[in-house]
Design a protein. Structure first.
Length: 519
């Protein structure tokens, strides 16, 4: 206890010193701006330092909230890595390098979120001077940067994504230093690298080295990373956000005290500002506490999860005077109302007949086909060997995804230009990939450490290799000119927002050029 107290005092002094340094630096830049207004770039530097001060202040708050020293926890993570085997370190470096290659080869004209859409003249958007491709919603996403950068109200008030501020708040300094587009890509690399490191250390700590190795490779070539990371948009937060929310969900399954539940719920509340993941992880956490019969903790959890989302909503609605209701945010309320309005039963039954097909497509293509197949193989193996595949957090998350799926696809007919049912938008259910990834990685660990299952080990290694290779064909498909058409087929089924051959047509038209290769 004394050691921990000393660590806390030391880390608090370090944080306070850094905060004081950047505060003095901030004052100095303000003085320079006042006496030398001709230095036009000073304002940008002041904004960056203000952001750094806020970040350090947030670290100070976290320091007081957590039960142990922040720097002591980082030391523990380093010790876990240092004590790991050489095999783990080799796979860690190899998978990390592959992840960086996959991300880089998903930039420029190779970005799937841009080259799989074709609605002339703006989708995809071809941006000079290098003629890289961007999704046509470019200005909807970049409006958040304009908001944070103090631009005129007309440059950001129209955006339908103002409720998702976290990504741009974190990426802001990089976008200021490297400009919006390149800064966003740099931040995407950092964000995904942190997620990769989190998965490696989390799996190493909770499941073992073999599970960590399997998890790292499944993530390194996961097409969901490649699909969004090549664009400077907040969608790049989806995969890291889901991974971190799963880890908090796993922590909640272990916590017994109300204070720990409150802290975990605040962490979730922060991550919910990045994307609308509360739709999936909110019900999952509630189900988890109910299954554990922790009914007293439910109000604490709900208040913590909604705190920052509610606060930001108030800022947008009352402070920025922007309506929170738009065609994107009001969609689920329209679906909900359809259940309580007069129903055309014959039309509704026709829609319900498509439910099995919708389930099939959304299950397989929301996680890019190969990982769901590995999960089914894992279910068969566990059923035959009487093992347990899913933990309570994973069961709750999959149940929450199933509830959202049924809510969307079983809804009575409603008149709206966007229909959240069918096979065209499997990407809605992408958060389920974390349950598939961690459960399969844990099964790989369980089989690998047993002595009498050599045949089963070989089967699991082959399955893992096929899955990682299949993911690689999808993720690297644009750079490899889509061998066998697998990449365009999987990406099209993930989000059918254009004809199936759109990616190949755009690659032939604009070339296969990652960032740094201008036309």
């Amino acid at each position: 206890m004394a050691f921990h107290n000393l660590q806390k005092i030391k880390s608090i002094k370090v944080l306070a010193g850094l905060l004081l340094f950047f505060t003095v630096l901030e004052i100095g830049f303000y003085g320079l701006l006042y006496f030398c207004p001709q230095v036009h770039k000073t304002e940008s530097v002041v904004r960056l330092n203000a952001w750094m001060c806020l970040f350090l202040l947030s670290l100070c708050v976290v320091q007081f909230l957590i039960n142990d020293s922040l720097f002591h926890l980082l030391t523990l993570y380093f010790q876990w890595f240092r004590k790991s085997s050489r095999l783990f370190k080799i796979h860690f470096l190899s998978a990390g390098a592959v992840l960086c290659i996959v991300m880089y080869l998903s930039t420029g004209t190779l970005s799937p979120y841009a080259n799989t859409v074709d609605f002339p003249p703006d989708y995809p958007m071809v941006k000079p001077p290098c003629h890289y491709l961007f999704n046509g919603d470019y200005y909807e996403f970049s409006a958040l940067f304009c908001l944070l950068d103090g631009k005129h109200r007309s440059t950001w008030k129209y955006s339908i994504f103002l409720r998702r501020i976290l990504y741009n708040a974190l990426a802001y300094p990089f976008m200021k230093i490297f400009e919006h587009d390149l800064g966003g890509l740099v931040f995407n690399f950092i964000l995904t690298a942190l997620a990769f490191l989190s998965v490696a250390l989390f799996s190493l700590r909770t499941s073992g080295e073999y599970a960590a190795i399997a998890g790292m490779w499944l993530l390194a070539l996961y097409p969901g990373v490649a699909y969004y990371s090549g664009q400077p948009f907040l969608y790049a937060f989806i995969v890291p956000g889901c991974l971190w929310l799963y880890m908090l969900l796993w922590k909640l399954n272990k916590y017994t005290s109300i204070s720990n539940v409150w802290i975990a719920s605040l962490g979730m509340s922060v991550l919910f500002l990045g994307y609308d993941l509360i739709v999936y992880f909110g019900p999952a956490t509630l189900m988890l506490l109910v299954f554990r019969k922790k009914y007293v903790q439910v109000p604490v959890l709900v208040s913590g999860m909604l705190l920052l989302t509610t606060l930001w909503w108030c800022i947008v609605h009352f402070g920025l005077n922007v309506s929170s209701s738009n065609e994107n945010s009001s969609l689920y309320s329209i679906i909900l109302k359809s259940y309580f309005q007069p129903i055309d039963c014959s039309r509704w039954l026709e829609l319900l007949k498509n439910l099995p097909e919708n389930l099939f497509y959304n299950y397989f293509f929301s996680s890019f086909f190969f990982l769901p197949i590995l999960f089914i193989a894992g279910c068969i193996i566990t059923a035959c060997t009487r093992r347990k595949l899913l933990t309570l957090p994973e069961t709750c998350l999959l149940a929450a995804v199933a509830i959202v799926f049924l809510f969307n696809n079983c809804a009575p007919p409603y008149d709206y230009k966007w229909q959240m049912r069918g096979t065209w938008i499997a990407r809605l259910y992408q958060p389920m990939f974390v349950a598939l990834l961690f459960s399969c990685a844990r099964l790989f660990q369980a089989i690998a450490i047993e002595k009498r299952t050599r045949g089963l080990k070989i089967v699991m290694i082959v399955l893992l290799f096929v899955t990682v290779s299949g993911n690689g064909l999808v993720a690297l498909g644009p750079a490899l000119n889509d061998p066998a058409g697998i990449s365009s087929w999987v990406y099209w089924n993930f989000y059918k927002h254009s004809p199936r051959q759109t990616m190949n047509i755009n690659l032939a038209k604009y070339g296969r050029r990652p960032w740094g290769f201008c036309r």
